[in-house]
Write a new protein. Sequence first.
Lengths: 219, 221
Amino acid sequence: MLLRDFGHGDILLLIYATRWTIALSLIAFAGGGLFGFAFTILRILPIRLLNYLSSAYIQIIQGTPLLLQLFVVFFGLAILGWDVSAWTAAAVALIAYTSAFLAEIWRGCIQAIPKPQWEASSSLGLGIFQLLWYVIMPQAIKISIPPTVGFLVQVIKGTALTSVIGFVELTRTAQLINNVTLEPFAVYSVIAVIYFSLCFPLTSLSRRLERRLNVSSAN
Amino acid sequence: MEYEFHFEVVFRNSGMLLEGAWLTIQLSFAATVLGLLVGILGALCKTSGIKPLDWIASAYVEIIRNTPFLVQIFFIFFGLPSLGIRMSPLQAALVALTANLGAYATEIIRAGIEAIHRGQIEAGLSLGLSRLQVFRYVVLFPALKTVYPALSSQFILLMLGTSVVSQISAEELTHIANFLHSRTFRNFEIYFVVLLMYLAMSTMFRALFHVTYLYAFGRKR
């Protein structure tokens, strides 16, 4: 008999596997933030072609399932002749996914800055980069923090899908443990709790930041 | 390395893919209708002022929103049978999608309800409308109008989310793609075309919702 009971050892294994979920989330968030920032800038620069390209990219990513993006990256990179691991494919797909959503969130924050400020700055002779750096960014960054923290929750939840292409993070580990213990109720409850304890603090932080922002901007 | 693309493999199976896409759309609509009902109920509980109802609804919303959909569906499909609740893949998929949309809809509708001015409700009551009538005409419909854009983008997210139910072998579009992949090994071609199909569906529905909004609520502003 190959089956064994679901015990303390398995819970430790799951907690141990959580670091891959966290590592992947951090990579996706850092890379996604970097590219997302680039796409945000491309989106608002006064160059039509760049605006279109950036917004087309965002719409394609936002209009397709993350799972399919993972498949296309996983198999597509292989066709290009790169021998990619599930780890690399997962990171690439999640960075692409995160960058599109963050770019859209940040564009919203930048455009929330009232138009007269843009006009005033350019009539004072500031160039587009000076305008963005000294006038728009300091205000936009402040309002972008709550939704950005909130989106981090989506990234963490998104990493669960990388289990499908065989990246061994929390969900995949749970499946493997389930295969030898056949106690799906216990196994999936435990990882639900782990995901919840990763995500819930961020959700509440995002909500608290948002409330503080509303209070301070009302005054 | 030279790779020869064989997209004809995909087109030879276009019938199956379209059937899969149709199931995806059906699942999305069914889950949206049921999820909206759950969302209205949840929003009612959260705004009722009755503490236990508020707690239950809040716990439901937080649990769903802070765990991955994949884990939810595994829990429902593989975990619940040990409590004696057995479902077919399609039933489990519908339950999971409904629960998921219900949680997001609860928050969205609650926000819409809380945006209704207190004075309007009092005005409705003093005009002699019953509580139910006030809820229906003064609170719910205007609230739904305010939150319509948020709800329609939630529908798109749900439709994209249905791809995940392929993992419990509910035979929607992504599952068909996985099946064809294992049959033909033309993985990139298949997944690329299916990706475009999802893109087409989400673009189409976004346009559809926009037109519906214009017809139902008149032009913005």
